[in-house]
Design a protein around this ligand. Structure first.
Ligand code: ZN
Length: 367
């Protein structure tokens, strides 16, 4: 089970040993894609498994898939974790476990916990009921309030090396000729690398093709928008299908188990919330991937004939000014996404970006 966490031997070792005598609260720190979420899920499974984390029993399997009634995951339901959501966490902390010897509360993106909400959580975090354990996850420990950090045992996941990401992709059957390119793009994020090698593989090519036909007219930008939107839908379709299968599996488990109506209702709601968060993140991720692909077109044109980011397309012949305008427009579009501004409208953002890009197709360029 623990081998689902790649390249984090120290953190795995520490938590696997903590299972027999866990402290109240853990803070798992690691950048997205470092395996920090898998680590939290494995630890949660180990804490509710009668064997301390066998990886194969029903408790482990359900916990690893986010469907165990005693491993409760909380996702921020907006750009901050609200006081009302903390009240829910505190209530959950005081409810007895349904079936396991322990209850585990996993809180994602805990850096979104601002002062008032954090203050409400502090007492429970410091002294939860004896069978309750908190596992807080963050990619930005420096944004956390010291009062939260000081109440937890911190476990750090380091950013993954390219070698770690390559090895994990090869081990999961990605063809070796595909691995290098994907690792170069993934920037040490195994989650991103897996998507780029899988469901998202056609996205980049589709975006680059669409952008290379811009001729400076609104009509061409509109065509490109349509093509990019279709590529995004295709990239997200597999995720939606997977979520459908998970919901069906949960219904089977509910039918087979002796969950109370309340427990079954809570499991359904939490799985829907988890899916909501995964889809939200995937949407942001896919838009960032689109913008990165667009930027690479202009970057390759700027540095040509030096080594290209995209070896599949010959660099365009554009003026330095056009390249810089293209790169600048991409950075401008990326900003609200990297600032995690959740109010941004992704569709509009891409439409506007495509409209603001310089002409790339030969028909629109002076000969
Ligand atoms: Zn087990």
């Amino acid at each position: 089970m623990w081998d689902e966490v790649v390249g984090q031997e120290r953190a795995v070792d520490l938590l696997a040993r903590a299972v027999t005598r866990p402290v109240h609260s853990y803070l798992l720190v690691g950048p997205p894609g470092s395996g920090v979420e898998e680590l939290a899920r494995c630890f949660g499974a180990a804490l509710v498994c009668a064997e301390g984390g066998c990886g194969t029993c029903s408790a482990c399997q359900r916990a690893l898939r986010g469907r165990h009634p005693d491993v409760v995951e909380f996702e921020p339901d907006g750009s901050v974790i609200r006081v009302e959501q903390v009240a829910e966490m505190v209530d959950a902390a005081y409810l007895a476990p349904f079936e396991a010897p322990r209850k585990v509360l996993v809180v994602h993106e805990v850096e979104r916990l601002h002062e008032a909400a954090a203050n409400k959580l502090l007492k429970t975090l410091e002294e939860p009921p004896p069978r309750t354990h908190f596992v807080l996850i963050t990619g930005a420990a420096e944004e956390l309030l010291e009062t939260v950090v000081s109440r937890c045992q911190m476990v750090e996941c380091k950013p993954l090396s390219s070698a770690d990401v390559s090895a994990a992709l090869l081990a999961s059957g990605v063809p070796s000729e595909q691995v290098d390119g994907v690792v170069r793009l993934a920037g040490g994020r195994l989650d991103r690398a897996r998507r780029l090698a899988g469901d998202w593989a056609p996205l980049r090519a589709a975006v680059v093709d669409a952008v290379r036909r811009l001729d400076g007219t609104g009509a061409a930008a509109a065509v490109a928008s349509g093509e990019v939107a279709a590529a995004i839908d295709a990239a997200l379709a597999a995720l939606e299908a997977e979520h459908g299968r998970e919901l069906a599996a949960l219904e089977e488990e509910i039918a087979a188990a002796t969950y109370s109506d309340r427990a079954a209702g809570a499991l359904r709601r939490r799985l829907r919330e988890r899916h909501g968060r995964i889809v939200r993140r995937a949407k942001t991720g896919v838009i960032m991937e689109v913008i990165t692909a667009i930027e690479s077109v202009f970057r390759d044109a700027l540095v040509a004939p030096a080594a290209a980011l995209d070896p599949d397309h010959p660099p365009l012949r554009l003026s330095v000014d056009a390249c810089l305008r293209g790169i600048d427009a991409c950075r401008h579009a990326m900003k609200p996404l990297s600032d995690r501004n959740l109010t941004v409208n992704d569709g509009l953002l891409l439409d506007r970006l495509l409209l603001n890009l310089p002409a790339t197709s030969l028909t629109g360029l002076p000969v």
